[in-house]
Design a protein around this ligand. Structure first.
Ligand code: ATP
Length: 294
């Protein structure tokens, strides 16, 4: 049962007139995974997701969701929850009416009060959508993903505009839905969130994958860095360093513990103290920055 991928994209191409927005893209999302589709602006993420969600027809290639064509909305739609960047709830409806409407539109069943509790809008149940704050509206958008605990959930920039507490609450609710067996597809420009939570990442650039894999598969191809300030009077460093724009020296290394040891040993021996020392493994940000420079 679990061997069939939840999403199976094979050689997907999307064209807008002459413009080739998605080029021969293939990937799968497995049952229970949190898959992050990330990329540069205009990379083709939204176009790809709209096709998987059944809103857009592929120019060529195949897309299967639960083994079915997502254009067959009646078969697939009740099984997927989509949190868009803006759900477009009517401003005149109350929060409770809006949540109830999700059930009608998706064909899923749930208890409205349960959903209101998860998105922390119980105290706003009688308030009109037009009177919600930006963060409260975002939490109401999240209700579309929560309602009925769908098997497949799309989260498009879910935490934009949310304060820290609301972000933590949202991720706790996502973790809970994963425990209940939901598969998650995430897009976000907050790379730390993807780095912390994604099982696998598809990193898009100009319509195709720049890289795809787990976070460690993506980051291990780039060196780690050590950065610090040194006084001008310091003797020559034992390792090759370059100067960053903020005045810090940067050492790039494929063996962080060894080179950190060499640096600190040299510093101790010469009586100099590297200031504001940062040493860490490669982050997803660095992989992003490397796009275009390869
Ligand atoms: N309806 C359309 N007509 C013509 N071109 C389009 C259309 N929609 C998107 N594009 C173009 O296709 C490319 C991919 O757009 P898409 O919105 O899928 O990218 P994205 O990765 O979601 O970008 P972003 O991170 O900036 O939201 C872009 O160059 C965009 O300008």
């Amino acid at each position: 049962m679990t061997s069939t991928p939840v999403i199976d994209v094979e050689r997907l191409n999307l064209k807008y007139g002459d413009f080739h927005a998605v080029k021969d893209l293939s990937f799968q999302v497995r049952h229970g995974e949190l898959y992050a589709l990330l990329g540069t602006n205009g990379a083709g993420k939204t176009s790809t997701l709209e096709t998987i969600e059944g809103h857009r027809a592929a120019t060529s290639g195949t897309v299967r969701v639960f083994g079915q064509n997502p254009r067959d909305r009646r078969a697939v739609r009740p099984r997927m929850g989509v949190m868009l960047q803006e759900s477009g709830f009517s401003p005149d409806l109350t929060v409770r009416e809006s949540v109830r409407l999700i059930g009608k539109l998706t064909g899923r069943t749930d208890k409205v009060e349960r959903v209101l509790g998860i998105v922390d809008l119980t105290h706003k149940a009688g308030t009109k959508v037009s009177q919600l704050s930006g963060g409260e509206k975002r939490r109401l958008d999240f209700a579309t993903a929560v309602y009925g605990t769908p098997e497949l959930i799309f989260l498009d920039e879910p935490t934009t505009g949310l304060d820290i507490q609301s972000r933590d609450d949202l991720w706790n609710a996502v973790d809970k839905m994963r425990e209940d067996g939901s598969t998650i597809v995430l897009t976000t420009h907050y790379l730390e969130e993807a780095q912390q939570r994604a099982d696998r990442i598809g990193l898009m650039h100009q319509g195709t994958f720049h890289r795809e894999g787990t976070v460690s598969e993506l980051t291990r191809t780039l060196p780690s860095t050590i950065r610090f300030f040194l006084p001008d009077s310091a003797p020559e460093l034992p390792l090759r360093a370059t100067l960053d724009s903020d005045g810090k020296l940067r050492i790039e290394t494929s063996d962080l513990p060894k080179d950190l040891y060499i640096l600190l040993h040299w510093a101790h021996h010469n009586g100099v103290e590297p200031q504001e020392l940062e040493a860490g493994p490669t982050r997803l940000d660095d992989v992003f920055r490397s796009i275009g420079s390869e």
